[in-house]
Design a protein around this ligand. Structure first.
Ligand code: PLP
Length: 235
């Protein structure tokens, strides 16, 4: 069995190639799509190996895990992303550590982020998470709610909206995922037309190990990839 560093390097090469090809199919350059390495399944050694192989953007879904990993890896210049649900009582400890909050999933959490930003005189970058599949168990704004929420979010002076984040339906395979991503793309276009001041919509964070190519073909600018980085492939 090859050492994990080698597995990671090999997987990373293949994922980068697939990202570049999907970007090309959508008429964009490879560097128009940022890879966020999702490290929730692994420990510090794997993160160091990813860094050595050139990764700079890392995503965690649980705030406590993020705090711990940030603390233990202070010696590396990493951009951290929180991609999972953030409870309001964890906003204060989390936001100063991340370059982007992907899970801006309610007005309440965005208000808490804004309040903290006002208190410590900082602006925080966020994405608005959209529950595009409409699954009752998922966090996020319903697609139909976002247009109404935008003017209220625009009034939060210490919050900088950069775009949207979404996850495809669990059911329905790649065909359903593609439809979900198309819906996110169409939603973004409608919101751009709404032209709300202070709201940026250039980023689309969508696509995971099993569906990132479809997401890129529908305009993803960030893909969040975990398991495909670490599995020992037979290819
Ligand atoms: C775990 C997770 C990912 C990565 O999933 P993989 O299928 O392992 O690539 C991406 N986004 C979110 C929000 C996640 O929780």
């Amino acid at each position: 069995m090859p050492p994990f560093e080698e597995i990671i390097r090999r997987n990373l090469d293949s994922i980068r190639r697939r990202i570049a090809e999907a970007a090309e199919r959508s008429g964009r350059a490879a560097d128009a799509v940022r890879l966020i390495a999702v490290t929730k399944y692994v420990g510090l050694d794997e993160i160091r190996a990813l860094h050595a192989a050139g990764c700079r953007d890392f995503g965690e879904s649980r705030p406590q895990d993020l705090w711990e990993k940030v603390e233990m890896l202070r010696d590396l210049p990493l951009n951290w992303h929180l991609i999972g649900h953030l409870q309001r009582n964890k906003v204060r400890r989390t936001l100063p550590l991340v370059s982007l909050l992907h899970s801006g999933d309610s007005l309440a959490v965005l208000e808490a982020v804004n309040r903290l930003g006002g208190e410590i005189d900082r602006h925080f970058n966020v994405l608005i998470e959209v529950n595009i599949s409409g699954d009752e168990n998922k966090h996020g704004f319903r697609a139909a709610e976002v247009a109404e929420a935008l003017p209220r979010i625009a009034e939060m002076n210490n919050v900088s909206v950069k775009g949207l984040m979404a996850m495809a339906s669990r059911e329905g395979g790649i065909a359903q995922a593609r439809k979900d991503f198309e819906n996110v793309r169409a939603l973004r276009e409608r919101l751009v037309e709404q032209d709300v001041k202070r709201i940026g919509l250039s980023e689309l964070s969508m696509g995971m190990s099993d569906d990132f190519e479809a997401a890129i073909e529908q305009g993803a600018t960030m893909v969040r990839i975990g398991s495909a980085l670490f599995e020992e492939s037979t290819a």
